[in-house]
Write a protein that binds this ligand. Structure first.
Ligand code: SF4
Length: 79
């Protein structure tokens, strides 16, 4: 029986499918506010294979600053 807590790459907030940062990412709840933005959740945040391509995810994992308006595709959210 494998113990997920013994795996240093395991993120307890991840369900193995969605991006493990959804609970911490400031943009995730903003995506929920506007219907037009939910496409980001569908394309990136909630995808088991695409959230790794999110520019926010990549920068965060690299220890870089993540601008609050940075979108998963590297563009910026208009205010
Ligand atoms: S925007 Fe990127 S970092 Fe934030 S929850 Fe979605 S996939 Fe994860």
């Amino acid at each position: 029986m494998s113990d997920p807590t013994s795996d240093p790459t395991s993120d307890p907030t991840s369900d193995g499918a969605r991006c493990p940062k959804v609970s911490k990412c400031p943009l995730y709840p903003r995506f929920s506010l506007k219907g037009a933005l939910q496409i980001w959740q569908d394309r990136y945040c909630n995808s088991p294979t695409q959230h790794q391509r999110c520019e926010r995810y990549i920068r965060s994992n690299a220890g870089e600053a993540v601008p609050p308006t940075l979108l998963p595709n590297g563009e910026h959210l208009g205010t």
